[in-house]
Design a binder for this molecule. Structure first.
Ligand code: DX5
Ligand code: ZN
Length: 208
């Protein structure tokens, strides 16, 4: 599987968002847009009106950390999302919500929190374009990678050889190696890239 780098824009300078994104674009396969509702997670970030203002050719991968996400799928699709990720723990009718993402014209992804087993998504797995394995408890950037989640990545890669498997949380040069070895091919990285003195070099270091 082709390796993709998706910088999380949670730590972007929102006062000059589009200029900042121009700097990140050359080494970004996707921009990972973290959307937090202050309910599913203990933090609030941005909503669809801000996503709509993003001017970039880099596809927007919107990670919705929102309870009952069906309410907002259309908004993010219309705001320009390329892919939409909803959480297995946050959706009441997961297969309906996945279908809703596809009907809205976006790639569909479901995320699993570190303690959520893969079983939780077994019914929808064949419908998905991507699975997101969270390697931190969602809500904040800059947390430490939880290595136990790699077992889920391995299982998914073994059973779904062509599925995009994304990993998110605590990804740096060292943890990227572990994630790739387990079978992940879409690496989200926030603070490691954005807080680096040389973001391009940091992003390149994630590739083996
Ligand atoms: C955490 C978010 C992540 C976060 C990653 O809830 O989903 O995307 O921004 O940040 P780092 O790479 O700093 O863990
Ligand atoms: Zn995320």
């Amino acid at each position: 599987m082709e390796l993709k780098i998706a910088p999380s824009i949670l730590g972007v300078d929102y006062g000059r968002m589009n200029e900042h994104l121009v700097e990140l674009a050359p080494f970004s396969d996707y921009f990972h847009v973290d959307v937090m509702d202050g309910n599913f997670v203990d933090n609030i970030s941005i909503g669809a009106p801000v996503v709509e203002r993003i001017k970039s050719d880099v596809p927007l991968d919107c990670h919705l950390m929102i309870n009952n996400p069906h309410r907002y799928i259309k908004d993010f699709a219309e705001a320009g999302a390329y892919s939409i990720t909803i959480h297995a723990e946050a959706s009441l009718h997961l297969s309906d919500d996945v279908q809703k993402i596809k009907d809205a014209g976006c790639k569909a992804c479901v995320a699993l929190n570190p303690d959520t087993p893969v079983d939780k998504i077994s019914k929808v797995l064949p419908m998905l374009d991507m699975v997101l394995v969270m390697s931190v408890h969602p809500g904040f950037g800059g947390q430490a990678f939880i290595p136990e989640v790699l077992e889920k990545v391995k299982w998914l890669r073994e059973h779904y050889p062509n599925l995009d498997i994304q990993i998110d949380g605590g990804i740096n040069e060292e943890t990227a190696r572990l994630a790739i070895e387990a079978g992940a091919n879409v690496l989200v990285s926030g603070s490691y890239i954005l807080k680096s003195d040389d973001p391009a070099k940091a992003a390149a270091s994630l590739r083996p």
